[in-house]
Design a protein around this ligand. Structure first.
Ligand code: 173
Length: 322
């Protein structure tokens, strides 16, 4: 080795040794959301990103790429699996093709503090590890229910002759009530209603104003049912590559994010009120019919999950306790 080369090596290695503490390694994660940016089911994830970027300064950073303009919602689960993105905000309903059990998450309505204690989080995390190559970092909106919204008024709790926009969340109950289920991403709902391609749609109690759907919605069918689940997932290779300090920033922010569910009761009340003011009428066939509806909704959904996931579905149902 020549003196010159030898000197070069020395200079390089000492530079590295010297520079390490001055430039601590900060990792940047690429993030997407399956819901439109700034809307009801992306908002809290966006607050989570802000928190991670503030608390994780110099340690971990999230680069928010955006929502459905950047990636079709039904592809987000697979994008996490293949590490096209590192972290995502997405409902299990959008990745049932990869994990049929994900259709059962809407049937679990216990608060996350309880799910983290009673083994539910652990079981669902295992499913994500195995089937989605992902860490199940957080679940949001357990206390926000769904509804079916309609533009035609049925005379009983029956959807015969009606075409209803669905995702896997509503498909089984819509069909059990005699309706025709048409699957679309949220971004296609407005046009489908406007053109009369569908007579109604499934959606949570909150969020219809975000995309102007109140302009093309006449009725909200009662009762509310199921439980919204929007999850924050981290690609498992990304997760394993993080330092303890980086993982701690994410985990702490995840628990904080789950805590934001406390705000939902007020949001639900104000959205119902706002719907009334916008002229959307509630259709309610009374307590007895509502009770039958809820029992049917629960039963058809579990049967469907258990048929598609005979090994794991029953355990999920046991954890859900319904
Ligand atoms: O209706 C939907 O697109 C859907 O399945 C969903 C799930 C969670 C939150 C919002 C919508």
């Amino acid at each position: 080795m020549s003196v010159k080369n030898h000197t070069g090596v020395l200079i390089v290695s000492s530079l590295l040794a010297w520079s390490a503490p001055a430039f601590p390694q900060e990792v940047t994660l690429r993030a997407v959301t399956a819901f439109a940016e700034g809307t009801q089911f992306s908002k809290n994830f966006e607050r989570f990103i802000e928190k991670v970027n503030a608390d994780g300064k110099g340690v971990i950073k999230i680069n928010y790429i955006g929502g459905p303009r950047a990636m079709p919602p039904f592809e987000v689960g697979n994008a996490v699996r293949t590490r096209v993105v590192d972290i995502a905000n997405v409902t299990g309903a959008f990745y049932t093709n990869l994990m049929p059990e994900a259709d059962g998450f809407k049937l679990i309505s216990k608060p996350m503090t309880e799910q983290r204690k009673n083994g539910t989080w652990e079981f669902i995390n295992q499913l994500h590890t195995q089937k989605l190559n992902a860490q199940y970092l957080a679940r949001q909106f357990h206390n926000v229910p769904f509804h079916i919204y309609l533009n035609k008024k049925p005379d009983k709790l029956d959807l015969s002759g009606l075409k209803i926009r669905v995702t896997p969340v509503y498909k089984d109950i819509v069909e059990a009530l005699g309706g025709t289920a048409i699957t679309t991403a949220p971004g296609e709902v407005y046009t489908a209603l406007e053109r009369g391609v569908v007579d109604g749609y499934g959606w949570p109690v909150s969020g219809i104003f975000d995309l102007g759907w109140e302009k093309v919605t006449k009725y909200r069918l009662e009762p509310a049912f199921y439980s919204v689940e929007v999850n924050v997932l981290v690609n498992l290779d990304t997760w394993k590559g993080l330092t303890d300090a980086q993982r701690k920033v994410l985990n702490d922010a995840a628990l904080w994010l789950e805590g934001l569910d406390e705000e939902n009761a007020a949001v639900v009340a104000s959205e119902r009120d706002r719907q009334t003011k916008a002229g959307i009428q509630a259709i309610d066939f009374g307590p007895e019919e509502s009770k039958k509806f809820l029992e049917k909704a629960n039963e058809v959904a579990w049967q469907s999950v258990i048929r598609r996931a005979p090994e794991t579905g029953p355990r999920l149902r046991q954890l859900a306790g319904n």
